[in-house]
Design a protein around this ligand. Structure first.
Ligand SMILES: Cc1cc2nc3c(=O)[nH]c(=O)nc-3n(C[C@H](O)[C@H](O)[C@H](O)COP(=O)(O)O)c2cc1C
Length: 170
């Protein structure tokens, strides 16, 4: 699949086959994600792949109502950005860079026939959720990537027309 086709056809998937994404493939996704642009080469992205124990802790922190959604995909990756806490410009740049890296993971996964879903579950905004997956004090959570093998063809959500989002300034 070429790059433009991958960009157009990647979709958010919420239903997955039970088989997890193997570690070798995950490492290949993260390896490519490292090539996202990042100012001052801070390499601000942090990826944590949840294992059985960490997933159990996160589900306990999420509580019974929200825990079910954490079982939807066989592979879960917490994406964070390192933050200085002292330089707001650098912190914003690092947040943006880590978001680019998260997108690379989703895009390359899709290019390899895998499915993905970027979620921002409330539990990862709470101290007990952060503790459950060992997020360091200075890190900012960008979300939880669901990855796996697709089970459904997804509908194509509309995008706003170009003229609404692009301006050519005189
Ligand atoms: C930062 C971010 C956070 C998101 N959080 C959620 C979420 O919590 N729940 C959800 O259903 N979708 C979430 N999404 C996925 C969007 O809903 C999805 O990308 C959008 O519907 C467009 O669909 P597509 O990804 O198939 O193009 C998130 C996407 C991004 C980029």
């Amino acid at each position: 699949m070429d790059l433009e086709e991958a960009i157009r056809t990647r979709r958010t998937h919420k239903v997955y086959a039970p088989e997890p994404v193997d570690r070798e493939t995950l490492d290949e996704l993260f390896d490519l994600a490292r090539w996202a642009p990042n100012h001052h080469l801070t390499n601000p992205w942090r990826f944590r792949v949840l294992g059985r124990e960490s997933l159990g802790r996160l589900k306990a922190a999420a509580g019974p109502d929200a825990a079910g959604k954490l079982d939807r995909a066989p592979t879960l990756v917490v994406v964070c950005a390192t933050q200085t806490g002292t330089d707001p410009v650098a912190d914003e740049e690092d947040l943006c860079a880590a978001a680019c890296a998260a997108y690379v993971v989703l895009l390359v996964a899709h290019g390899r026939g895998l499915a993905g879903y970027w979620r921002t579950p409330a539990v990862l905004r709470r101290p007990e959720g952060r503790d459950a997956v060992g997020i360091a004090a200075g890190e900012r959570v960008l979300g939880l990537l669901h990855l796996g093998h697709p089970r459904q063809v997804q509908r194509v959500p509309e995008r706003a027309p170009l003229r609404e989002v692009v301006a050519y300034l005189p």
